[in-house]
Write a protein that binds this ligand. Sequence first.
Ligand code: C5P
Length: 219
Amino acid sequence: MKKINIAIDGPAGAGKSSIAREVASQLGFVYVDTGALYRAIALFSTEYPTKKDFLKHLENDCHLELKYFGGTQCIFLNGENVTESIRTPEVSMKASEVSALPEVREFLLETQKDIAREYNVIMDGRDIGTVVLPDADLKIYLTASAEERASRRYLEMEDKPDKPTYDQILEDIKQRDYNDMHRAVSPLRQADDAVLIDSTTMGFHEVCEEIMDLIEQRL
Ligand code: C5P
């Protein structure tokens, strides 16, 4: 039976992951955080001194596995659970760099499509509606102002010992937006048939409700 696929794209810090996770849990769908795949590859790349070396080893020596524990996605790189260690600002920036490489995008494309063929999914990323799942049943482009996204990130990190300043977070977000929107392959952009949700002045539950309403109308 054909599976239901919902794509959520948008810039860093727009709330895609937490919203997609909540909506997926309400629907009993699998939530797929594709950013984790790029982050794990970014971590893998740090083992190699040059880009050439890294790309030479990507195909045969980088084994990624997504596992789900009660709806929570965990990612394993060569058998090691790296779910937590990929969440540093350094890995975020590195992920933005490696994700611009066509070899990396090609390497991950089938993995993402396979999951969507097998399960009902809500998949979040940057090119899900445009490249990975062009026939998705519903596409959402979720965004918010860079300042609002930075202040949400800043609050999330409140208890972290080495938390960056608000200005550093804002700078990182703007840099990643620029990288993601200006790369030659699969740049971040709103698909022509995606519904735009600007959550700058919206709360978490309001966005979830709007998405649930769209799903009810479409499916
Ligand atoms: O979503 P997250 O911030 O974890 O993604 C990390 C980086 O991975 C993004 O800044 C982006 O460069 C890249 N990415 C991508 N395509 C996706 C998901 C993430 O290029 N589908």
